[in-house]
Write a protein that binds this ligand. Structure first.
Ligand SMILES: Nc1nc2c(ncn2[C@@H]2O[C@H](COP(=O)(O)OP(=O)(O)OP(=O)(O)O)[C@@H](O)[C@H]2O)c(=O)[nH]1
Length: 223
């Protein structure tokens, strides 16, 4: 246990081009559902899930960002304070694959080097693939990222992605705590530890109200 009555909360941003399956991935992980409908995300949205990692309670706050460039100004602000990142592209969308280095750069510019994974989603559509396996693996190697092939539809590898990020983040947190114990205090946005408290919120896609609601709820997460 890192510290009594403290909880580790990890802000994870999920980024990538439009329609690659970011919202679906978050919904699958947090609500266990998948829908075929496509409703593009306006701005930013988030859901959360509590998990246990090595007997540690970890709250994952998954921020769903819009893939369209028109929302760049809004989404960029929400990268701030992110402690982990999922970069997503789709098996059937070559442009989304080519855009990955740019997405990584956008996030890094705001928050620096945080635990990050590369995810190729929609592998249930492998027959229509426009990306060779070697290409995707080469990109992951070049960007020095753990690479997962996933299908949100078939519920393949979704849990693994978030488990990996939580593990990786906790490793860093423990290392940082050992090196700089004075950083551990309530509401420290530097290392993602918070006093345990109860809160509830509702969330619907495409609601601009949520952006304000999230901002006030989580403003302590922003530097
Ligand atoms: N076949 C298949 N379809 C998927 C999968 N994941 C998502 N989809 C579909 O892809 C479409 C886009 O999914 P979204 O989750 O809305 O995509 P997004 O990345 O959030 O899109 P933006 O909000 O525009 O950024 C939807 O019709 C989903 O049902 C998958 O693993 N396999």
């Amino acid at each position: 246990m890192l510290e009594e009555d403290m909880e580790v909360a990890i802000k994870v941003v999920v980024v990538g081009n439009g329609a690659v399956g970011k919202s679906s991935m978050i919904q699958r992980y947090c609500k266990g559902i998948f829908t075929k409908d496509y409703k593009k995300t306006i701005g930013v949205d988030f859901l959360e899930r509590q998990i246990q990692v090595n007997d540690e309670d970890v709250r994952l706050m998954l921020w769903d960002t819009a893939g369209q460039e028109e929302f760049d100004a809004i989404t960029k602000a929400y990268y701030r304070g992110a402690q982990a990142c999922v970069l997503v592209f789709s098996t059937t969308d070559r442009e989304s694959f080519k855009a990955i280095p740019t997405w990584k750069e956008k996030v890094m510019t705001e928050v620096g080097d945080i635990p990050t994974v590369l995810v190729q989603n929609k592998i249930d559509l492998l027959d229509d693939s426009c990306i060779k396996n070697e290409e995707a693996e080469a990109l992951a190697k070049k960007l020095k990222l753990r690479f997962y092939r996933a299908s949100v539809k078939e519920d393949l590898n979704v849990t693994e992605v978030f488990k990996y990020l939580a593990d990786k983040y906790l490793q860093r947190l423990k290392q940082q705590t050992a090196e700089e114990p004075e950083l551990v205090h309530t509401s420290s946005n530097k290392i993602g530890m918070y006093a345990v408290r109860n809160h509830t919120h509702t969330n619907t896609k495409n609601s601009t109200d949520n952006i304000l609601c999230h901002q006030s709820l989580w403003s302590h997460l922003l530097p």
